[in-house]
Design a binder for this molecule. Sequence first.
Ligand SMILES: Nc1nc2c(c(=O)[nH]1)N[C@H]1C(S)=C(S)[C@@H](COP(=O)(O)O)O[C@H]1N2
Ligand SMILES: [Mo]
Length: 167
Amino acid sequence: MKLILSLSLCLALALPVTSVAAELPAPTGPVVLTVAGEIANANVDGTAQFDMEMLDALPGRETVIETPWYEGTKSFSGPLISAILDAVGAEGATLRVTALNDYSAEIPRSDVEEYPVILATRVDGEKMSLREKGPAFVIYPFDVAPNLYNEMIFGRSVWQVTALQAY
Ligand SMILES: Nc1nc2c(c(=O)[nH]1)N[C@H]1C(S)=C(S)[C@@H](COP(=O)(O)O)O[C@H]1N2
Ligand SMILES: [Mo]
């Protein structure tokens, strides 16, 4: 009985999650992030667009770390990039991350599968304005993987992120 109960509970919980992932709802607020390229779940004109509420609803993480970009230790939080890729049904082994200032970097998908890399939308709990490197900042988990604290990874740590492309 207990098993059946927990099984049906699992189903009840799992099914809506699956259908959300397979069918991305359209954003209702200002668009923060656009994902393009090889994606299965588009919601606006062949791209997957996210407002802040949609990003906040994804599995995320907080990491409290020192970085080259801020004085002292800061808390960074936001969705896991792997969760964003899952939500859009991304394929391909590479991710191009593009910022407002036209800077872009290539991130191997293996990075976000191996490590809990986030697209931080909050620093010390506050949304980031554009002048504070917002609206989103790729943050590697220097807390769980101090080996990532190097120039190659700094180059992939894109701030003012507005777009991802999967290919
Ligand atoms: N939006 C944006 N993010 C960026 C960059 C940039 O020019 N624009 N430079 C990258 C590179 S190459 C590195 S090494 C670090 C540099 O950070 P710093 O300029 O604070 O030293 O940020 C990365 N993230
Ligand atoms: Mo760099």
